[in-house]
Design a protein around this ligand. Structure first.
Ligand SMILES: [Zn+2]
Length: 271
């Protein structure tokens, strides 16, 4: 029996989020952080996963696929899964209308189809947020799963159309036949390790230790759980983080009955 499943998930944003930079707008130096992710960070992570022989799921905006095709192709050729992450990496609540959000999702699917030859099974929303229309759009486009929500910690759950007015009790609503593979800001490199505005980054060793302790907790207390770690090439691809990531993966792999899987394979195995 699999005691723990590890899903290494990579949000390969590259330049796309910097085109929406709210503070001072999009600038060459902001965009250079994204270029680092595409030119240096992504190859470093791909090298690491190849050396350790572990699968992963890459959530790639169409903008990244169309701007930096080489590392995207390399991820596909190495057998990593490609998930949807918008075309333009617009946070869903920023779209002016359902039609605008729908068009961006459709364009993102086209970019992935051009890259892999098939439509993606999974979606991860940019900035981990949904608009009032996102769930119905995911349903319309036939996505099988999403990986953007936080209603559970280590177990998949059903996505629903919620009822959430401010002046009435909250209702979870009916399942829409899309499985949610939960994420956590606690297991995302960006808030902890990326410089943002006036916020300094955290102590790297403490962050990797935190991730290790979370895995150990799940392994001990939540048999059969899925541990989703979210990494950005422009954050975790910077030195010396690939080496620290290697130690973390080796720590997890050394325990009995631990599987590393793409999100699609993890869900198939847990279903
Ligand atoms: Zn992203």
């Amino acid at each position: 029996m699999t005691r723990a499943t590890v899903c290494l998930t990579i949000d390969f944003d590259a330049v796309s989020p910097w085109l929406h930079a709210r503070e001072f707008g999009s600038t060459p130096v902001k965009r250079s952080r994204g270029r680092f992710g595409a030119d240096v960070g992504a190859p470093r992570l791909l090298d690491l996963f190849e050396r350790l022989d572990v699968p992963s799921t890459w959530f790639v905006p169409g903008h990244t696929i169309d701007s930096f095709p080489e590392p995207c192709q390399r991820a596909v050729d190495a057998g990593h899964e490609i998930g949807h992450h918008g075309w333009s990496h617009t946070p869903p609540s920023d779209y002016e209308s359902r039609a605008a959000e729908r068009a961006d999702i459709a364009r993102g699917i086209e970019s992935i189809e051009d890259l892999t030859g098939s439509a993606p099974a999974g979606y991860r929303s940019p900035s981990w947020d949904f608009s009032a229309h996102t769930v119905s759009l995911l349903k319309e486009f036939g996505f099988e799963w999403s990986s953007s929500g936080m209603a559970r910690e280590f177990e998949p759950y059903e996505l629903t159309e919620e009822y959430a007015p401010v002046d009435d009790p909250y209702e979870v609503g009916e399942p829409v036949e899309i499985t949610e593979m939960p994420v956590s800001w606690q297991r995302d490199d960006y808030p902890a390790l990326a410089f943002s505005g006036s916020r300094a980054f955290a102590d790297e060793a403490a962050v990797f230790d935190h991730w290790r302790r979370q895995f150990d907790w799940m392994y001990e207390h939540h048999a059969g759980g899925a541990y989703v770690l979210t990494l950005h090439p422009q954050v975790s691809g910077r030195s010396p983080r690939p080496a620290m990531l290697r130690e973390l993966i080796e720590h997890m792999a050394a325990k009995p009955d631990v599987d590393f899987a793409t999100v699609s394979d993890a869900l198939a195995g847990m279903g």
